[in-house]
Design a protein. Structure first.
Length: 152
């Protein structure tokens, strides 16, 4: 099976699952595929990432000193395992740092997303108050000049 065929099948299966999902309080009609995430859910995910970040660094380093000592000792005694052990320790540290960065990125991104979404909602609300309801047949495009002022 080619990548395109497999990708097409996966997209069709996902679309079918989304269409069968019950409405979750979104503004669309019941059964729509609107994505709705409550602030408390975002907060919980961000908090879990923050906790993982805070606990991971000390937990990831708890065996560093003993491992380095063992690697150096084995290497000094002429064992190739000592050099390999030291290399594994370096790789482990890189992986822990990568995971720490990912946790920080998740936490920071969720904080930004929450603030940005609130700001977007407030702007849209203000624009709707100014323009009032728009009939379905009207061209409801927002001029680029207004959008660029908002996103500076």
């Amino acid at each position: 099976m080619s990548f395109e065929q497999e990708w097409g099948e996966l997209k069709a299966a996902a679309a079918m699952r989304l269409n069968q999902a019950p409405g979750s309080g979104g503004s669309g009609p019941k059964g729509s595929a609107d994505l709705v995430v409550a602030d408390d859910e975002l907060g919980g995910i961000g908090h879990a990432a923050f906790n993982l970040f805070n606990g991971l660094e000390p937990a990831g380093k708890h065996a560093k000193a003993a491992s380095e000592t063992a690697g150096t000792s084995l290497k000094g005694d002429g064992f190739d395992t000592g050099a390999a052990f030291t290399e594994v320790i370096g790789t482990w540290e890189k992986q822990v740092k990568t995971l720490l960065q990912a946790c920080a990125h998740i936490s920071n991104h969720l904080d930004y997303t929450k603030a940005s979404r609130k700001s977007d909602d407030e702007w849209l609300e203000a624009q709707l108050r100014i323009t009032g309801p728009v009939p379905p047949e009207a061209d409801a495009a927002v001029p680029v000049s207004q959008i660029s002022k908002y996103f500076r």
